[in-house]
Design a protein around this ligand. Structure first.
Ligand code: PEP
Ligand code: MN
Length: 373
């Protein structure tokens, strides 16, 4: 498995240049000076801008002067620190920091081929399966059930990022073996989480899609090493992550040579406690508009309650998401993690039945599934 050292700046820069001979790394920054700044102070800003490798252009108004700066992001100098100069009123970058993930860079939507499932295309894909892989029977039974109701990918946690160290942490490698067996049995590609850079090779040996969880959404070394595996990556939004931070995490993956990123909104922490988190559908709409990447919704971790999964999933289809990630367990009452939010197979069947006409209205196909065996 190809390793890319995240610290290897020189190699990273070569990659950037390889990708972008067209110069999409031009950075534009506006520096507004305080009213009446004397000429020597204006020149001090001009010199500082030049020192950072930017080209300054002075725009002189009646009362104040603005310095418009153009430079190359890859020199890693930020002009934002010039705010400390007393004559500077504010420093405003003109464009967004993310580039490779943006629709400006690539107008057409990215379609990711996961073992024949075209994610981000006409089909609305549903990833379903238990929060944790607990044992072989639970895993295989759930995989067969979700497939029969139309899920196109299977999920299950082998490495669990639990809030408490006393909670079930996942079975690790044996769980990966069970997931493989589930794939062999059903043909469903596997989505499973990887929590640390050291485990990427192991998990990538089993998974069709590597999941990077909300708690690791800004773990830069993990993003880089996972990217280097070449596997598609389902990237959750951080628990309190801004949309910009989420998209920049995706940008890290792309910068490391892997543009197979599926964004996944899983609810954010707000003041509201009626549900475990607050599903931010605006973020889905923004991500769809701003980026060319497929965007999924995870109503299970957003709601934390099984009774909210169907209504939130309907909303996800309507807002234009490309798919769902839903937790399903044969007996949620005995689940080792997230029991309260997991659907029983029959409830999952109902979810799929309700989504089918909605998907059609939105111009998407939803896999029909087949009668349970
Ligand atoms: C999960 O999908 O199993 C999970 C732990 O989700 P999140 O990272 O969104 O909490
Ligand atoms: Mn879970």
């Amino acid at each position: 498995m190809g390793r890319l050292l995240w610290r290897d700046r020189q190699r990273l820069e070569c990659r950037l240049i390889d990708f972008h001979p067209t110069g999409c790394y031009t950075n534009r920054v506006i520096i507004v000076l305080k009213i009446g700044s004397p000429e020597p102070e204006i020149q001090q800003v001009v010199e500082a801008v030049k020192k950072f490798g930017y080209e300054p252009k002075l725009i002189r108004g009646v009362e104040r002067t603005i310095v418009a700066c153009v430079g190359d992001e890859r020199n890693h100098h930020t002009l934002e620190s010039l705010i400390v100069l007393p004559q500077v009123e504010h420093v405003t970058p003109v464009q967004k920091k993310y580039k490779l993930v943006s629709r400006q860079y690539q107008p057409q939507s990215t379609i990711i081929d996961v073992a024949g499932c075209l994610i981000g295309g006409d089909t609305f894909h549903v990833v379903a399966g238990p929060c944790s892989v607990e044992n072989r029977e639970q895993t295989l039974e759930t995989a067969k059930a979700v497939k029969s109701y139309g899920a196109t990918l299977f999920r299950g946690g082998a490495f669990k990022p639990r809030t408490s160290p006393y909670d079930f942490q996942g079975l690790g490698r044996p769980a990966l073996e069970m997931l493989k067996e589930a794939r062999d049995l059903t043909g469903l590609p596997i989505v499973t989480e990887v929590m640390s850079p050291q485990d990427v090779d192991l998990v990538a040996g089993y998974a069709d899609v590597l999941q990077i969880g909300a708690r690791n959404a800004q773990n830069v070394p993990l993003l880089a090493v996972a990217a280097a595996s070449g596997k598609p990556i389902l990237l959750k939004r951080g628990i309190s992550g801004l949309v910009d931070e989420w998209l920049l995490a995706a940008e890290y993956i792309c910068v490391h040579g892997n543009n197979k990123v599926i964004l996944c909104e899983r609810g954010i922490r707000t003041f509201e406690h009626a549900c475990r988190n607050t599903l931010d559908l605006s973020a889905v709409a923004v991500a769809k508009q701003e980026t060319h990447l497929p965007v999924f919704v995870d109503p299970s971790h957003a709601a934390g309650r099984a009774d909210m999964i169907i209504p939130l999933s309907r909303a996800a289809v309507a807002v234009g998401a490309d798919g769902l990630l839903v937790e399903v367990h044969p007996d949620p009452a005995t689940a080792l993690s997230d029991g309260g939010q997991q659907l029983k197979p029959q409830q999952f069947a109902q979810l799929m039945a309700e989504l089918r006409p909605l998907a059609q209205v939105m111009g998407r196909k939803l896999n029909a599934g087949h009668a349970p065996q």
